[in-house]
Design a protein around this ligand. Structure first.
Ligand SMILES: CC(C)(COP(=O)(O)OP(=O)(O)OC[C@H]1O[C@@H](n2cnc3c(N)ncnc32)[C@H](O)[C@@H]1OP(=O)(O)O)[C@@H](O)C(=O)NCCC(=O)NCCS
Length: 335
């Protein structure tokens, strides 16, 4: 989305233009100001420091800043996906001293007007939230799908030792059921075949949605092109008849401290043994070369949260960072 760096939206309702905010397209030079207002965000697990530069390069994305007397006080990113039908809202944040005054609401509406004017074919707006939705939100949004969030923390070296005690990630899960063949890692052509040209993943994905690290995508060619550019391990139990599929986003640094990494695993499907097996396999693969602390976040079918939390605590001896929370993909019409 190519637009001028200083933005005005003539179609903006008067109440918004009266809010005393200016809107600009974010640039590399704004990085420090954005980080300064983001310090407390997501308990130190903010992905934006790692993603910011690449976000600015993405042709289907715009990062918008709200400024008050020239000072950056809020950010939102909008990205057009689903073959142009959906505007995906991400990164929303308001400077701590400006919260609770309606700034987020104004910025959301500004971005929506902007996208509408540039992309009249956009029909819906989607975003993923992990906070408690209230009655006002339910008036605004339809729920597309929900995943439980299991957040655990460990040192890479400790986990490696634990995994080797257990016999390695590719081996059998700790369960009494029949042995299962190891999971299959998919190459790009297998991913396309499975997700685009067959209906096999339909029954596995929640509401036909591939959620990758908080981004909800419909399984369509344009989205696959976006996903294929990312560092992701795609896995299924059986490529000819999958019951469980998972996407592991390669670990990236987070600002919580030196040598802290974030590892995200999006898990789809309901079979506990297969989920456990793919989880172990991703852990095995991605902790092999890491040193330091890892925050590992797994998104999974809500009923599997409890047994997987027990497995993490007791079999893997890793620390549970928080109790059950939810990742909720919501949608509203762009009018
Ligand atoms: C969440 C946050 C952006 C809200 O900012 P705010 O300026 O205090 O919010 P407002 O005063 O505008 O009031 C809430 C409005 O924002 C919307 N909103 C609140 N939280 C939201 C969220 N997580 N995602 C999308 N919209 C949200 C509300 O629906 C409401 O919209 P409305 O004006 O159409 O009713 C702010 O508290 C913040 O920066 N928190 C830390 C970062 C964070 O948690 N971001 C959410 C990422 S999903």
């Amino acid at each position: 989305m190519k637009i001028d760096s200083s933005l005005s939206a003539p179609q903006l309702p008067e109440s918004l233009s009266q809010a005393g905010l200016q809107f600009t397209v974010a640039t590399e030079e704004d990085f420090d100001d954005i980080m300064a207002m983001s310090q407390d965000i997501y308990g130190g697990l903010d992905y934006l420091p790692t993603r910011y530069s690449s976000w600015l390069q993405e042709t289907n994305r715009t990062v918008i800043l709200a400024r008050k007397q020239g000072k950056v006080i809020a950010l939102e990113s909008v990205c057009v996906i689903d073959e142009g039908e959906t505007m995906l809202v991400e990164g929303l944040r308001v400077a701590p001293q400006e919260r609770g005054k309606g700034v987020a609401g104004v910025l959301l509406r500004f971005c929506s007007e902007l996208v509408k004017s540039k992309y009249p074919e956009v029909k819906v707006s989607r975003l993923t939230r992990d906070d408690q939705l209230g009655p006002k939100d339910f008036q605004k949004y339809r729920i597309i799908t929900k995943q439980g969030i299991l957040l655990v923390r460990f040192r890479a070296e400790d986990l490696k030792r634990r995994l080797s005690d257990l016999g390695g990630g590719e081996s059998q899960p700790a369960s009494a059921s029949l042995p299962k063949p190891p999971p299959v890692r998919l190459d790009q052509s297998a991913v396309r075949r499975l997700f685009l040209t067959s209906d096999l993943m339909r029954g596995v994905l929640p509401n036909a949605t591939i959620i990758q690290d908080w981004q909800p995508f419909k399984p369509v060619p344009g989205n696959m092109a976006i996903l294929m550019k990312k560092d992701i391990d795609w896995m299924v139990d059986d490529a000819s008849k999958p019951s469980v599929g998972s996407l592991c986003t390669f670990p990236f640094r987070v600002p919580i401290g030196e040598d802290w990494y974030y590892l995200n695993i999006d898990m789809f499907g309901k079979d506990l043994d297969l989920v456990r097996q793919q989880f172990l396999s991703h852990l095995q693969r991605h902790t092999a070369t890491l040193k330091g602390h890892i925050m590992c976040q797994m998104f999974l079918d809500p009923p599997l949260w409890k047994p997987m939390a027990d497995f993490c605590r007791h079999a893997l001896s890793v620390e549970l960072v928080k109790e059950y929370t939810e990742q909720c993909v919501v949608e509203s019409d762009v009018m």
